[in-house]
Design a protein around this ligand. Structure first.
Ligand code: FE2
Length: 261
């Protein structure tokens, strides 16, 4: 109970929690599938998977990156089995923070951030600014240790008032301009392989050019309570049920008998 209260408090006050992966077996399956898919087209002698991921930039052609990413999404990430691995690593935390009847984003996002590559940057944003519901939480899963610019940043919830004040005063409301002003207040997520991050995507977050000499490989996926309000992303097209209670399954198919006149 104390454990639950601490997570709740941390999520509300800070806007994010870093947790140990709840099922190592499934994390290893995720790591192994991603590894098998990425190493297909790469000739590279390496000691272990972590070394391969961290040094990925040394052995791939940047122009092939998108092909590799799409190939992985189509052949692995979109499969039911893979989505279940992802859910199982964070299920208990989701139950505390989001609910026990859930929808999951149909397509898990996959990200490769090579050192000094500016082709896939996410400037400061909140997902709600582009139509996501505030009821969605993001599970961010690193497949390597992430720190400093190899990671992502987020403005903690207890600093959100600072953002609001700057946002209202600032004439040029471009993301870059506002980021410059809140930069000293954001937190860089220091997270290890074996942990995951759950965060409130209404808080400004993003990344910058990865200036560390290692590649970042990470995934992210949104979860929300089935019956909480939806934004522009609906059930069916973007989300699919992952956990429903028996009464909900029965009720969904129930039809009130109608007396014919
Ligand atoms: Fe985002």
């Amino acid at each position: 109970m104390k454990y639950q209260k601490n997570i709740e408090k941390e999520f509300i006050n800070r806007g994010y929690c870093i947790q140990k992966v709840e099922n190592i077996k499934f994390l290893k399956k995720i790591e192994s599938e991603v590894y098998k898919s990425l190493k297909k087209n790469v000739k590279f002698k390496h000691k272990n998977i972590q070394e391969f991921f961290n040094n990925f930039h040394k052995y791939i052609d940047k122009n092939n990156l998108n092909f590799l990413r799409l190939n992985l999404i189509e052949n692995n990430l979109s499969k039911k089995k893979f989505k279940n691995y992802y859910y199982q690593i964070c299920k208990k935390t989701l139950e505390i923070i989001v609910g026990n009847e859930l929808v999951m984003q149909k397509g898990i996002n996959f990200s490769i951030q090579l050192p000094y590559d500016n082709s896939s940057l996410l400037t400061m944003h909140a997902d709600t600014w582009s139509g996501d519901s505030a009821y969605e939480a993001v599970i961010w899963l690193p497949l390597v240790n992430c720190y400093k610019s190899k990671s992502m940043y987020i403005l903690p919830a207890n600093k959100y008032k600072i953002f609001e004040n700057i946002f209202h005063k600032q004439k040029n409301k471009s993301s870059d301009n506002i980021f410059k002003k809140i930069k000293k207040h954001v937190k860089w997520i220091n997270i290890k392989f074996g942990e995951f991050l759950i965060f409130n995507q209404t808080l400004p977050h993003g990344n910058i050019i990865n200036k560390e000499n290692e590649t970042r490989i990470s995934m992210n996926c949104r979860f929300k309570s089935v019956f909480s309000p939806y934004g522009s992303k609906g059930i069916g097209d973007f989300f699919e049920p992952i956990e429903l209670k028996p009464i909900t399954k029965v009720a969904i198919n129930y039809e009130l008998p109608i007396i014919k006149k």
